[in-house]
Ligand binder design. Structure first.
Ligand code: PHE
Length: 340
């Protein structure tokens, strides 16, 4: 009986010393395995003299029960300890801000082009894409500028090594392509795209920049339609307060020809400089399509009339955002690009 008391005492102490599940398993084998100490004590019941056997058997079974209960409790304790440990040691700080993934976005020039496209879409104009590499004849000749016409001096031109093939100096040759494709149907299109000029690059002029050409051809189209279209555009683009101002001008492919300014209140030094202190910003050249150009497109000028305009989105963007150097647009400097 005293052996049994010792067995219980030492088994409980050994259980207390178990620190993990492996130790717990070893403990279980040591006492309850095939040759375990408790197993052997149970087997020994039969060898005990009969008068002590009953008390001995009861005591062995009581010890077995109490040790198994204690073992269950220890298992639970070790499980909780392991959980608490994993929570504190591999601590995950859920309040730590995540790492931001750098996100690309559309170039400011693309965004302004899309805004212009959306405004003209509301006004009923479709987008027409026209080539950037043009022949001399379409870029100039068909637009009423035969070779050696002095008006060609208005455009500094990139000539390719193929004679008569140039990079378009303006989007106006697109007018010829649209008219030839649509004739004799009425036309209302804008032609956005890149144009190229062999120019000294400065803060105000680039050798490549966007233009948005507009063309409307139909019956009874007048200067009033042109004015109304431009005013509607300027108000949507620059705000409800904008007025437009029309000055007479000259282009070989429009008659009469105009240049259009949009009112720009001089509120700070920036806009003072961009509008040269006048409060007006020039946004486009425009006019009524010249009869020669209509005829080149296949339309009879006795029956059809039309207006055309060509605007520079980069200039408008400069004023909208106070950008003071046109070279920033294609300079690919992220410090500039990420501001929009
Ligand atoms: N193509 C002219 C330019 O680039 C602008 C323009 C377009 C003028 C259409 C009148 C009509 O300067």
């Amino acid at each position: 009986m005293s052996d049994l008391a010792n067995l219980e005492k030492s088994a409980l102490a050994a259980l207390e010393a178990c620190k993990d599940e492996a130790a717990l398993r070893a403990w279980h084998t040591r006492y309850f395995g095939d040759n375990g100490e408790v197993t052997q004590a149970l087997r020994g019941i039969g060898t005990i003299p009969s008068e002590q056997r009953r008390a001995y058997g009861q005591e062995v079974n009581r010890i077995k029960g109490s040790l198994l209960t204690a073992h269950e409790a220890a298992k639970e304790r070790i499980k909780e300890q392991a959980l608490a440990e994993s929570l504190t040691s591999g601590a995950l700080d859920v309040t730590l801000p995540g790492r931001a993934v750098p996100r690309g976005r559309l170039h400011v020039a693309t965004r302004v082009m899309r805004r212009i496209g959306a405004i003209f879409a509301d006004l009923g104009f479709q987008v027409y894409r026209s080539r950037e590499v043009e022949d001399d004849e379409t870029n100039f000749g068909q637009l009423n500028m035969p070779p050696h016409h002095p008006a060609r001096d208005m455009w500094d031109t990139f000539h390719t090594t193929t004679p008569g093939v140039v990079l378009r100096t303006h989007t106006s040759p697109g007018q010829i392509h649209v008219m030839r494709e649509y004739c004799p149907r009425p036309i209302r299109v804008i032609l956005p795209g890149m144009v190229y000029r062999y120019e000294q690059v400065t803060t105000r002029s680039e050798m490549m920049f966007h233009q948005v050409e507009g063309l409307a051809v139909g019956h009874n189209i007048t200067m009033a339609d042109l004015k109304g279209t431009i005013l509607a555009f300027a108000r949507r683009m620059f705000g409800q307060e904008r007025e437009i101002r029309i000055r007479s001008s000259y282009f070989p492919f429009t008659e009469p020809s105009i240049e259009v300014d949009v009112s720009w209140p001089v509120v700070d030094a920036e806009s003072e400089r961009l509008t040269k202190g006048t409060g007006w910003l020039e946004i486009m050249g425009a006019g009524m399509v010249h009869p020669v150009v209509l005829r080149n497109g296949g339309y009879d000028p006795a029956q059809y009339s039309g207006f055309a305009f060509g605007m520079g989105p980069q200039r408008m963007t400069m004023v909208l955002y106070g950008i003071d150097d046109i070279r920033l647009f294609w300079g690919n400097d992220l410090r500039f690009l990420s501001q929009f």
